[in-house]
Design a protein around this ligand. Sequence first.
Ligand code: NOJ
Length: 612
Amino acid sequence: MSNDPDTAKTSPLVRAWWKEAIVYQIYPSSFYDSNDDGIGDLNGICLKLDYLKNLGIDVLWLSPIYKSPQKDMGYDMYSDYRDIDQRYGTLDDCDRLVRGIHDRGLKLMMDLVVNHTSDEHEWFKESRSSRTNPKRSWYIWRPPKYDEQGNRRPPNNWRSVFQGSAWEWDENTQEYYLHLYVPGQPDLNWENSEVRNAVWDLMRFWLDRGIDGFRMDVINLISKVPGLPDAPIANPREEYQPAPMYYANGPRVHEYLKEMNKEVLSKYDRLVTVGEAPFTHDMRALAEYVLPDNHELNMIFQFELMDVDSSGKTRDNPLVPREWKLTEFKEVVNRWQTYLRGEGFWNSVYIQNHDQARAVSRFGNDSPRWRAASAKMLAMLEVAQTGTLYIYQGEEIGMENVPRSWPIEEYKDIATINYYNRIRDERIADGKGEDPDMSDVLNGIQKKARDHARTPMQWDGSKNAGFSNSVPWMRVNDDYLSWNVASQIDDNNSVLSFWKKLLRIRKRNDVLVYGDFELIDEPNENVFAFKRTLDSQIAIAVLNFTTKDVEFAIPKMADRSSTEQLRLLISNNKPELSESEILAGNTLRLGGYEGRIYVLGDAGTGGVHTVG
Ligand code: NOJ
């Protein structure tokens, strides 16, 4: 493997600390409450740093902790980006946390939310104060349109991601402003260089304070198509239409990110950057953010796998689940795992975050019989892929979705609530009564809502799962008595212990981080198997995605005489066959949700061989 900086441009195999890093995402409100107000905080995170270090992670990513009215849980930033929301603590607490992180040899990535601000941000207050205010053009203002009856209408038909029009009328200045999310999140006008310079300044502020990088919120939305044309009618029944074709990967986005790189990122050493890039599966367009020659970002989060179980023509309806097939799932993973490796494209590997339901409930099986096994199997899927690995809080203990019995009142997310209310209003308007049946909608929400990721972290079996001594801001999931960190930490068979083993294995086996990816037996609807190759090292992952026992034949490898030297690196089940039996037939018999990773050749330095 080369360390020559010249080859960094073209080879995916060039080492970089951030490629090998294991990132752990913290949702601060729900991680750990140190001051008994029911909300997680920075001092709470400090108290758990040893736990995280022990888990084997390298980088912490914090969802926003900046001052915010919390209309979208801090993804609406307020007054000044340079201040911490009091629910999380103070700037001093933040400095202490940064020191605690660095003292343990870990790094800190902060969320950067600059597609929009809060409507209570000083910039927006000035912008809306008059049409001639110098900050007027920091946001996207447009005059109204009028229909034939003379009714005032928004400037175009764009639908907000969180329902309704993407435009809000401002009575005072008699214009609309654009908000792709809630009205409390007005979009910044990146065409204005003053806005860009202000963003560069705030990035420098945090980098100079010692943080190690940024996760950039919806960074692919910062450039909109000029003229802001009406979106095509996708849903004839609805007044407002999805318009990502006019705001995702817009015409100037790469110019802006190159400028960001030149003005800020390139001036600091050893940063890590990952841009969130939803509403598009266009691989080539997404790769442009990441290819080393482009000098923009290290990685992006693309959403193709996260959308696999969403309905809608472009899978844009996340709260209405669809059935998915393992072959579809594999096809998506395979495409991204193998994409443009020669040009240096680098993946972010994740299966869960604060905007997604719990992976074990979506892609595994959260029934008591299979929950632990499938959580471990999904962990193997993650750890065996190439790319930088991201773990979301609670994933390491197999946290699951909240039960179907929870009423809508327990859901706190604005996206869930707005969606539920829209459908309810439509049903009332359709004459389905004042209290229409909403059970189908709740079924979907129970599978897919963002809220599932946001319940408090389950630390132990004490009151409120040990998360807080006071009433938590969001209800703790009902299963906390048996599913928590304390009950798993000393249990060698637990999901948590399994994650720890897997992370150690990944650190010791370069083939898992850097190796080429190749599917095995692509049409198989039960088993997801793939091979990873790095020089003479080979790893093979075989993952049973069903509750049934299955047989799986590992094919003879062209470049090897047989699979004779296959060595089991890790399994989430006691293999029923001894290694010699496997060698004899090459056919494995896997129990429900059983997964195994084998190595061949000199991978697995240190002779790691773990069954857990
Ligand atoms: C993406 C964030 O991950 C999500 O939580 C938020 O609602 C939107 N961007 C708007 O900032």
